[in-house]
Design a protein around this ligand. Structure first.
Ligand code: PNS
Length: 164
């Protein structure tokens, strides 16, 4: 039987509990789930790609369903997806505000690679307002984000934003 391979792409700068929730849901839909971490040269991430991959680390090692691998990628997402044999791109949808950007990306990706489907999954309502951007902003201003991220991420944010 052909292995169902899915790619869940993102900046993951840093990974949040919302991402983890999407990962758990996606695991039930494929045999192999590849988290594709964008190297992003344009977006100036807070954490380097190596740090972002390390922060994802153990959080995705266990659990039911598909095995999860973490890889970095640059260039076109659909090219990466095709290079690993994936037929499915997973994206999380939160509020309507995500929709326009996601819709455009999904249709552009479909134009580039018609055989690769984008599948949208909804995270738990309690994470519907959680984004890496807001988590970083709150942490930078000294707020507590420990309920919204894995513990290692909350620690890394504290280290990053605590004046030495
Ligand atoms: O978590 P993010 O930052 O919303 O993820 C965005 C991501 C990585 C999915 C998107 O920027 C992407 O796919 N970048 C790769 C470049 C690409 O393929 N661009 C054309 C997509 S329409």
């Amino acid at each position: 039987m052909t292995e169902r391979i899915a790619v869940y792409p993102g900046s993951f700068d840093p990974i949040t509990n919302g991402h983890l929730d999407i990962i758990e849901r996606a695991r039930g839909l494929c045999d192999r789930l590849i988290l594709a971490v964008l190297v992003n040269t344009e977006k100036q991430p807070l954490f380097s790609v190596e740090e972002r991959i390390a922060l994802i680390g153990d959080n995705v090692a266990t659990g039911n369903g598909a095995r999860v691998e973490v890889r970095e990628f640059s260039g076109l997402l659909v090219e990466f997806a095709q290079s690993v044999g994936a037929r499915m791109i997973v994206r999380g949808l939160r509020a309507m505000s995500d929709f326009e950007y996601e819709f455009q990306m999904a249709l552009m990706n479909r134009r580039l690679a018609p055989r690769v489907e984008t599948v949208f999954l909804m995270a738990k309502e309690e994470y519907s307002y959680v984004s890496s951007r807001l988590v970083k902003e709150v942490a930078r201003l000294g707020g507590d984000v420990s309920a919204l991220t894995p513990p290692g991420v909350a620690r890394a944010l504290r280290r990053t934003f605590t004046p030495s």
